[in-house]
Design a protein around this ligand. Structure first.
Ligand SMILES: O=C(O)c1ccccc1NCC(=O)[C@H](O)[C@H](O)COP(=O)(O)O
Length: 250
């Protein structure tokens, strides 16, 4: 099994446990469920948008701990004050050291928040809304095109936006009307290889009406400028920001 298969196998068990512990009715009764949703698409298309989707990521399967004692409140507030267009908060605990509580703490910032997790079930989308997320991620490598269509449509019915994440040309068939935003992950989630050029190659194959995001391995302004020249509106950056010694002054 590759790491993505391992994560998904673990996620299936986790979702079953969560479903048994908290009913959908209880999720819908949480205060976060009714707060207004902020649009990532609107944020990225603003004329002065930085396009930066700044990720809070304590650890990862590829790198181990990046910043074990990271303070989510301090870091996401600094990201917001320094111009992030969106926050991405990893809520997976087992592989990334994140939590729903991390996202709820980040929610005090008034910009869109992506619940970064491995979504395979509608229940997780209701959970995302209940903790104050605005956007979910659907990863083509672990879903069928039909599942993407169905989960993205369900997310939209709750007012949430979806980023459809692609990595390979074969996954282009996962693009559907329900997903306005498409991310190209430069990291192969099965081997961890990062190839920045992948976003550029794949971009040419994307429908013109989709909002394009480049994901992973971005650590230079030059990368961002190149992505911008190639029509990208968003840039998802985790490790580079998280490994900085200091949180910029608030
Ligand atoms: O980051 C990993 O090691 C990883 C492994 C397996 C599945 C997903 C993984 N990362 C998720 C991401 O897509 C990144 O956190 C995100 O794109 C930011 O990437 P980076 O700037 O390289 O931290």
């Amino acid at each position: 099994m590759n790491i993505l298969d391992t994560i998904i196998a673990h996620k299936k068990t986790e979702v079953a446990t969560r479903k048994a512990a908290v009913s959908i009715k209880d999720l819908e009764a949480r205060p976060g469920y009714i707060i207004p949703v902020r649009s990532l698409a609107d944020s990225l298309l603003k004329e002065n948008s930085t396009g930066i989707i700044a990720e809070f990521k304590r650890k990862s399967p590829s790198k181990g701990f990046i910043k074990q004692d990271a303070n989510v409140s301090e870091i996401t507030t600094a990201y917001t004050k320094h111009g992030a267009a969106c926050l991405s908060v990893l809520t997976d605990e087992h592989f990334f050291g994140g939590s729903d509580e991390d996202l709820m703490q980040a929610r005090k910032n008034d910009i869109p928040i992506l619940r970064k997790d491995f979504i395979i079930d509608e229940y997780q989308i209701i959970e995302a809304k209940s903790i104050g997320a605005d956007v979910i991620l659907l990863i083509a490598a672990c879903l069928t095109p039909k599942e993407v269509q169905s989960l993205a449509t369900f997310a939209a019915s709750l007012g949430l936006e979806t980023i459809l994440e692609l990595h390979a040309e074969e996954e282009l068939a996962h693009i559907c009307d329900a997903t306005k935003i498409v991310g190209i992950n430069n990291r192969d989630l099965k081997t961890f290889n990062v190839d920045i050029e992948r976003s550029l190659r794949m971009a040419e194959r994307l429908p013109a009406d989709k909002i394009k995001i480049a994901e992973s391995g971005i650590d230079k302004i030059e990368d961002i400028l190149l992505f911008k020249q190639n029509g990208f509106k968003g840039f998802l950056i985790g490790e580079y920001f998280m490994k900085q010694e200091d949180t910029p002054a608030l």
